[in-house]
Write a protein that binds this ligand. Structure first.
Ligand code: 5AD
Ligand code: SF4
Length: 422
């Protein structure tokens, strides 16, 4: 903005296209190169192209070889250099071989402060509290693309929370690859204390956090949720597999029983905390019996929803040394089995809300269906009706009576007098 750039709604209108990328799974990475290929024809119109994010960090200058029409490559460790890189890009006529790169090695970064944050979600303000990951799960590329764990000071997190309130946000989500290993560089607060403090910032009504790592997830988190109304009734606790043998091969640093123990703490809370997870199927060597263990763990936990993935070999990761012998079709079958099971579990979990009065934050209206769309504290989608003529502001809070449920959403009716809530 300060340099005279402004966002435009379409690629066609843009003079400069910055493409932000993710390399967590091979499919995401393939998409990047397919999309860059699509952009090639736009080059003739004089547009410039930059690639940002983890694929840029991982592939570096190789991007110029694979996609010669790219002018700028800026890895996730170099965002703070982006303004200078743009000046370079403007000043240097881009001839063959004269390209702008920002490929700092993140491993040397001790601490980080985010100076530039894009706010694309109008309802939820995201605050990164910790960057990087020291866990080195055998399948995961993040420690290589995002580097070592670095936490922000609690004071700067709180400052950003206040700024978000000034911008009109009432819901905040604290982000990190592993928020439970948050260490305040100023030594003032544990993660649980940070959660409690952010929740007291005047004007904040909902606080969420993700992602938790089971190994570092402590009872203090459950206690602070119980004690702090603004903390949402939701914990995302990725398990990846229900088999201790597979968990060990994945270097996840916990067993099935240790994971289930953490779940029992959450289920013993006074509040009705929803549970979500990530699951990988088809990790090298996963047997049918081990897949069954994942299914039985899903039954035992009773997840509200899960994100499921087929194992995908990633560069630099230790799992590359294991043979990826399970064919893609078999991985797809396992994925379908897990998703089918979750449909049944999710449907049962959602049914328990029928008849309850839940506070939701309004996100918009589906005019075609005549329904308002909102989120519960448990992060469930709620589609609800309101009497004709009632106008609800997006971002406002209302109470809704749950009248029905599906595996992935709830339906309801605006409760009488609840337009006064928000
Ligand atoms: N293959 C499949 N899924 C992966 N994830 C991370 N790396 C891989 C991989 N190589 C999944 C994990 C993680 C989520 C963000 O992405 O489930 O929790
Ligand atoms: Fe990747 Fe998460 Fe494991 Fe870190 S904890 S290595 S981000 S899967």
């Amino acid at each position: 903005m300060q340099q005279g750039y402004r966002q435009v709604p379409t690629v066609e209108e843009a003079g400069l296209v910055l493409y932000n990328t993710c390399s967590i799974r091979d499919k995401a990475e393939q998409k990047v190169f397919n999309r860059l290929n699509d952009y090639k024809k736009l080059r003739k119109q004089g547009k410039k192209f930059g690639v940002l994010g983890c694929v840029a960090q991982q592939e570096g200058e190789k991007i110029f070889e694979k996609a010669p029409h790219v002018d700028l490559v800026c890895g996730s460790a170099s965002y703070r250099n982006l303004p200078q890189m743009l000046v370079q890009l403007e000043n240097a006529p881009i001839e063959e071989g004269k390209r702008v790169t920002g490929l700092d090695d993140r491993m040397t970064d001790e601490c980080f402060e985010t100076e530039f944050t894009a706010r694309t979600n109008p309802h939820r303000g995201y605050i990164t509290i910790i960057e990087g990951c020291d866990k080195f799960c055998a399948y995961c590329v993040v420690p290589y693309t995002r580097g070592k764990e670095r936490s922000r000071t609690s004071a700067s997190v709180l400052d950003e929370a206040r700024q978000l309130v000034d911008l009109g946000y009432t819901e905040i989500q604290l982000l990190g690859q592993n928020v439970n290993s948050y260490r305040d560089p100023s030594g003032n607060k544990t993660f649980a204390e940070l959660l409690a403090t952010v929740a007291t910032v005047e004007g904040i009504r909902r606080v969420r956090f993700t992602t938790s790592h089971p190994r570092d997830f402590g009872r203090d988190i459950v206690e602070v949720i119980d004690a702090t109304p603004a903390l949402c009734d939701h914990v995302h606790l990725p398990v990846q597999s229900g088999s201790t043998r597979v968990l060990d091969a994945m270097s996840r640093l916990y067993t099935r029983d240790e994971y289930l123990e953490r779940i029992s703490w959450i289920q013993a809370a006074k509040r009705d905390i929803s549970l979500t997870s990530d699951l990988i199927v088809g990790f090298p060597g996963e047997t049918e019996k081990e897949l069954e263990e994942t299914l039985s763990l899903m039954d035992l936990v009773g997840y509200d929803s899960v994100f499921t993935f087929k194992y995908s070999p990633r560069p630099n990761t230790p799992a590359l040394a294991l043979e990826d012998a399970i064919p893609d079709a078999e991985k797809a079958r396992r994925l379908a089995v897990v998703n089918d099971r979750q449909k049944v579990i999710g449907a049962a979990r959602n049914r328990r809300h029928v008849g309850q009065l839940l506070e939701v934050m309004v996100e918009g209206k589906n005019e075609a269906r005549g329904q308002w769309v909102a989120r519960t504290s448990q992060i469930k989608v709620m589609n609800f009706t309101a009497p004709a003529g009632v106008q609800l502001a997006t971002g406002s809070y209302v109470n809704v009576l749950v009248t029905g449920s599906f595996p992935n959403s709830l339906v309801g009716e605006l409760a009488c007098g609840s337009d006064l809530v928000g």
